[in-house]
Design a protein around this ligand. Structure first.
Ligand SMILES: *[C@@H]1O[C@H](CO)[C@@H](O)[C@H](O)[C@H]1NC(C)=O
Length: 358
């Protein structure tokens, strides 16, 4: 999930700190026309959040899709996804893969940073050939909202590339410049498409899959699909992993954050949510998975509480063992929240050690 989520959470946390605002009002004494304006806006916002939105959601279950994925919010705005060099990824090519008929996925492939000079002006064929150069290949499955150009996603690609790895970052269907509309099974199909495409070209190189936020749900769904064919990922990194079972819907589901602070809303929200069959059964999937897994979680994650991460990790470790399943947490005082742990100076070493253990 994106910084935007953090922002949009602010009004609700302000709400819960209602004492603060009432105190300041007392100080003012009289109500100015300005504060009346704010009151009107506040009431209107409440009306929208408590009445219009749930009502619309009940009437139009497809709207759930937009709340869950918020894929139409193409953050950052006004960027050209066909020019990854604009994001100082000068050793990256933009390409399109066909996931299924009529579904084209925009994908960035970044080669190991050590090859940046060599990569200048090279075409798709050159990039594809590099995939078998023996360097580990990462597929990064991002969270909801925004595109592959979002700063925290580019941040991860840069770290991995600097470590000498290839990185492929797709936008799922309906996100960025990819066509189609997102659905849970559609996202799995997209991830499988990228994985299979990579595997056809990566020779004996390690292929590691990194999911962030909603992307962790896509990773485990994809792992489950691959298990049917007896295939396991060489390694899995789950950053800010969501767990829909432990974060019951509502009010703690990370994708229903709009509703966290509005008690009672869950009642209205539940039915269409269930109709939509939005599952992401991370917990069930993790029980079956047989890949080395590294969980990364920030203690101040505001969308997935650290306790949930701890429980998810313990469950996954029990299903395999503590050698193969690891959890690395980042202190809350660092302020990484849900998206920011790519900024941690220790991260490259953590990733490197994980890859070396594979
Ligand atoms: C290209 O990217 C590499 C790696 O990030 C960087 O060291 C280099 O300075 C960049 N070169 C140009 C011309 O921007």
């Amino acid at each position: 999930m994106k910084r935007r989520d953090v922002k949009q959470n602010e009004p609700s946390s302000d709400n819960s700190g209602g004492q603060r605002s009432s105190k300041s009002k007392k100080k003012e004494g009289t109500r100015s026309p300005q504060s009346q304006g704010w009151l009107k806006k506040g009431l209107l916002a409440l009306f929208v959040i408590l009445v219009v939105v749930p009502f619309s959601v009940k009437m139009l279950p497809e709207l759930i899709q937009h709340f869950v994925y918020t894929h139409r919010i193409r953050l950052p705005f006004f960027v050209d996804l066909s020019r990854p060099a604009d994001f100082s990824l000068n050793h990256t090519i933009n390409m399109y893969l066909t996931s299924e008929e009529g579904i084209s996925l925009g994908v960035w492939h970044t080669v190991p940073e050590s090859r940046w000079k060599e990569a200048q002006g090279k075409d798709l064929a050159w990039y594809q050939n590099t995939l078998s150069d023996g360097s580990p290949v990462f597929i990064y499955l991002h969270g909801n909202t925004g595109t592959r150009a979002a700063p925290h996603r580019v941040g991860v690609a840069k770290i991995l590339s600097a470590l000498g790895y290839h990185v492929l970052v797709p936008d799922y269907r309906g996100f960025g410049d990819s066509t189609g509309e997102p659905t849970e099974s559609g996202l799995t199909t997209d991830a499988l498409c990228v994985y299979n495409w990579v595997k056809e070209r990566s020779g004996n190189s390690l292929v590691v899959i990194w999911g962030h936020s909603l992307g962790t749900g896509v990773v485990t769904n994809t792992a489950d699909k691959l298990l049917e064919q007896g295939v396991v990922f060489d390694g899995v990194i789950l950053e800010g992993a969501v767990n829909t079972v432990r974060q019951n819907i509502p009010p703690f589901n990370p994708f229903a954050w709009h509703y966290w602070k509005f008690p009672g809303l869950g009642y209205l929200y539940r039915a269409p949510w269930e109709d939509y069959k939005f599952l992401f059964p991370t917990e069930e999937n993790l029980k079956k998975m047989r890949s080395p897994i590294l969980f990364l979680h920030s203690e101040d994650d505001h969308l997935v509480p650290i306790e949930v991460a701890q429980q998810t990790y313990e469950m996954a470790a029990r299903a395999q063992n503590a050698e193969r399943v690891k959890l690395v947490t980042f202190e809350g005082s660092l302020g990484y929240l849900h998206n920011g742990l790519y900024r941690d100076p220790r991260l490259p070493e953590i990733i490197k050690r994980f890859v070396q253990s594979l």
